[in-house]
Design a protein around this ligand. Structure first.
Ligand SMILES: O=CC(=O)O
Length: 353
């Protein structure tokens, strides 16, 4: 009896080979624990690009791999986890599950994972606070021109011009805030922004939230309703085929003149070319973003505009959040070992395994 319990505590008996894509910065201990408690082998790629990764796959190097963990940065080594790559993975490995270290998993074709019977998990919730902090920073930066003022000051312009020549900004107080996407991140952005005194907080989401989650925010049935009424729009929706370019020439056209837009979701939800035109004309007064089309090769003209506050995709770039996210990926592997199911299956695949 006693022996049985000891065995169960230290191993399920299931052996698992994990292909770990992308760096581990904070979860070394969690990985060591996983390996020491279970019959787990961790392998890594030597590929510098997608072509090399495909060669590795075809060579049989990963033939024993059952589980893949990946980070956003591993895109450099594999490119998109699209239909082509997933099919090759299916052919040349035994992969049945993948755990993506991030809330947004647009680099992975979730539907194709489902078709190929590969479970896919992401890291929800843990990213909410750090990402919402980033949105608040960008919102204030855009409304008050803080980033420009800092650049102007560093150039020595304060000696000759008031506030280093920075245009006068606007207060959040009394304005209408629209939150596009009211998942965990959108709701955390709302919580952080309530004390700033917006006159109303509107939101649009696929579904209206229950009252206790709305916390006073007002539901707009359509994104258009939100676009028409908001002075400041903060975007926190996932990128998919329905949300790509949701901010485009037409939707910008129905927004208020002088609207401020903040994006902490994904770059391609915005048509950057239409946004650039609107930023130049003043239709969009200011834009603050952490995410861009074609990262890291961002449109240099867009980020050089004086009414753009920019960050290089660092919404979750804190020791605490990155550590929690990395450890959560390991928890997904452990849960798969224990139950045959990843811990946080992405919504597209819920109920399919
Ligand atoms: O961009 C960050 C994430 O998706 O977690």
């Amino acid at each position: 009896m006693f022996l049985k319990r000891v065995c169960r505590n230290y191993s399920t008996g299931k052996s698992l080979t994990v292909l770990r894509l992308g760096p581990t910065r904070f979860a070394q201990q969690a990985w060591s624990n996983l390996v020491s408690k279970n019959n787990v082998k961790v392998v890594e790629t030597d590929a510098a690009n997608r072509e090399q990764f495909i060669s590795e796959l075809k060579s049989g190097k990963f033939a024993d791999v059952d589980f893949i963990t990946r980070t956003f940065e591993s895109f450099k080594q594999t490119g998109m986890m699209d239909k082509q790559l997933l099919k090759l993975i299916k052919e040349h490995t035994k992969v049945k599950a993948m755990s993506h270290n991030g809330a947004g998993y647009d680099q992975v074709d979730a539907i194709e994972c489902g078709n190929l019977k590969i479970q896919l998990s992401n890291v929800p919730s843990l990213v909410d606070d750090a990402t919402a902090d980033t949105a608040v920073y960008l919102l204030l930066g855009a409304m008050r021109n803080f980033q420009l003022s800092s650049e102007n000051m560093k150039k020595g312009q304060w000696k000759t011009q008031k506030c280093a020549g920075t245009p006068i900004g606007h207060d959040p107080e009394g304005k209408v805030l629209g939150i596009l996407g009211m998942g965990g991140i959108g709701r955390t952005i709302r919580d952080r922004l309530v004390p700033f005194g917006f006159s109303k907080i509107l939101y649009h989401n696929r579904h209206q939230l229950p009252k206790e989650l709305e916390k006073g925010a007002i539901y707009c049935k359509t994104p258009e309703e939100l676009f028409k009424e908001s002075d400041v729009i903060s975007i926190s929706i996932p990128l998919n085929k329905n949300t790509k370019h949701i901010i485009n020439e037409k939707s910008i056209g129905i927004m208020k003149d002088g609207v401020v837009i903040v994006n902490t979701a994904r770059g391609p939800v915005i048509d950057e070319s239409a946004l650039k035109t609107a930023l130049k004309s003043g239709k969009v007064a200011a834009f603050g973003a952490d995410v861009w089309v074609n990262e890291p090769n961002v449109d240099p003209e867009l980020i050089s505009l004086s009414n753009v506050a920019c960050l290089p995709h660092m919404g979750t770039h804190t020791v605490e959040t990155m550590k929690a996210m990395e450890e959560f990926v390991v928890e997904n592997v452990q849960t798969y070992i224990d139950t045959n199911k990843v811990l946080t299956m992405v919504p597209e695949l819920k109920g399919k395994f």
